[in-house]
Design a binder for this molecule. Structure first.
Ligand code: SF4
Length: 86
């Protein structure tokens, strides 16, 4: 899985770095940057997926696979779609 972070959309909420600190870093103002080249190893998919789904401005997207150019199926749930945390 490959991801892209659009820094022009980032509003500095910091949610991505909280969920997937290995893949997102925050500057002094809380704006995110990708921490790597966008490649996400399978072990980190769930953390990055959570970051993607929780980003309030939808700044994180999944890029198509390099092999076949097909983007993976990703469902974007809104906050209202999820169960509240206990
Ligand atoms: S969750 Fe979204 S808005 Fe928040 S820091 Fe990450 S990319 Fe920026």
């Amino acid at each position: 899985m490959r991801i892209r972070l659009d820094r022009t959309l980032c509003d500095g909420f910091g949610v991505c770095a909280k969920h997937a600190p290995k893949h997102f870093s925050l500057d002094d103002w809380g704006y995110a940057s990708p921490a790597g080249d966008g490649e996400v190893e399978p072990a980190d998919h769930d953390d990055v997926q959570r970051a993607l789904l929780d980003c309030p401005v939808h700044a994180i997207t999944v890029l198509p696979d390099r092999e076949n150019g097909t983007p993976p199926a990703v469902s974007r749930a809104t906050t209202a779609d999820r169960e509240p945390s206990p």
